[in-house]
Design a protein around this ligand. Sequence first.
Ligand SMILES: C[C@@H](O)CC(=O)SCCNC(=O)CCNC(=O)[C@H](O)C(C)(C)COP(=O)(O)OP(=O)(O)OC[C@H]1O[C@@H](n2cnc3c(N)ncnc32)[C@H](O)[C@@H]1OP(=O)(O)O
Length: 519
Amino acid sequence: RLPRLVGLTKALEMMMLSKPIKAEEAHELGLVDAVVSPNDLLNDARRWALDICESKRPWVRALYKTDKLESPEVAREILNSARVQSRKQAANLQHPLVCIDAVEEGIVSGPRAGLRKEAMAFQELFFSGTCKSLIHVFFSQRATSKVPGVTDLGLMPRKVSKVAIVGGGPMGSGIATTLILSHYPVILKEINEKFLNAGIGRIKENLQSRVRKGKMTKDNYDKTLSLLTGVLDYEKFKSVDLAIETVVENVKLKQQIFAELEQHCPSHCILATNTSTIDLDLIGEKTNSQDRIVGTHFFAPAHIMPLLEIVRTPRASLQAVVTMLDVGKKIKKTPIVVGNCTGFAVNRMFFPYTQAALLLVDHGMDVDKIDQACIEFGMPIGPFRMTDLVGFDVALATGMQYLENFPERVYKSMLIPLMTEDKRTGEASQKGFYKYEGKRKASPDPEITSYVEESRRISGATPDPELLKIDNSAIAEMVFFPVINEACRVLGEGIAFKASDLDIASIFGMGFPPYRNQL
Ligand SMILES: C[C@@H](O)CC(=O)SCCNC(=O)CCNC(=O)[C@H](O)C(C)(C)COP(=O)(O)OP(=O)(O)OC[C@H]1O[C@@H](n2cnc3c(N)ncnc32)[C@H](O)[C@@H]1OP(=O)(O)O
């Protein structure tokens, strides 16, 4: 019916993307007959129905409308283009293609044939693994903010009116973008004009990208940006309700910043860190504010990735956690509450993912082949492209933490340290595991061969001809099976409350494919 109401192109877009549309657009498209206020809805609908019964209004049977349908030739072109797009965007998913087939049947063989095709297809898809998996994701995502012993005590979140961010790097600027897009006034502090302007520049680019894509008007851009204040000192911190530290993974620097935050922020202000792996008790060691210290772990790009890990220590107040859950929802993130350990939940589960990939490289496998195998499995990007995205500084700092805390199960590859020595540090330096021409366009870089060979020499690893014969699904197993093992440890240690939280964390934090029956 949808193609007959709104036209084939718009109908396919709505079906494939499942994005909600506003009532006004639905009316313009012809999807709804009128837009009325909620108070008048029932009466107006009754009146409308009676008018049809009394022949005061035409009875328009959507199933037989044809005025919005394109000719069969044009329709076939639109449908085939949708198939190409669907295979490109979601190579492993069948149901979008089945949907397109049912629409085609309705256009080519008539509406009732289309309904029959749709009914049969639905029956088959309903019992598919993909359906079961996506239903699990739907309910698991809603369950993340129900935390036993935290959200079931009747505690109300404290109002957060203004947020401060210390550090305007890629993560700090992404978090600031997220907050101002959700109408929070944000104070962004850096240590000098150059870094501050760079951070504000990143935020402007994030917003301009939305304007270019028609997701934001110029007027809205100006209004949103006006919520941002750049500072070089703590003077304006005395009026904030939440302060988020996002500086480099340096314990002493973080400890110093938390001592300064304790000094300059109001006593009710939540003191949060975006640290990737460092123990929160260590970060807050030079303060007496452990009750209001939490982790707010965002995922790069912070204004895009939907997950927010809220890390709580035993001394963190429930009020602080409940308030952060509320902020998480208000900034349109999916928050999960996790315990305090090295790497918390997501980084802890996934550190074996990158290390297994590095092990495969030391034993002869190409970086790009491993990434492609993970993309074929359903990841948006592979472990090496992801490491470039996050940056080698974070990779090295977090790697040290894992080595210190889980020495028995860490693979020590020299590849990243070797590249870092030559200022190859990932996407931000335009060279990492890949080279970057233009905006974030990654391409394999033959220059890394010398680093790979040196890494193999240092590790004493030699290319394994048998290993190089394994197929992409075996590669995916080799990098994901250790993740499952670590996820079981995270669950067993109580870092996560329930397994479904880890499923959601892997999907919304790392882009794990939601149709894969989860970890
Ligand atoms: C630091 C650690 O502790 C934790 C971590 O962060 S681990 C890393 C977790 N993140 C991931 O694993 C990222 C997985 N990758 C993806 O989900 C996607 O590749 C992507 C969302 C990064 C890019 O999606 P893509 O399908 O390629 O679409 P676009 O290129 O159109 O990008 C969509 C929007 O994202 C913005 N964007 C993309 N890459 C970056 C980047 N490197 N830095 C900043 N912003 C980026 C892009 O501008 C688009 O934004 P818009 O508002 O839609 O314009």
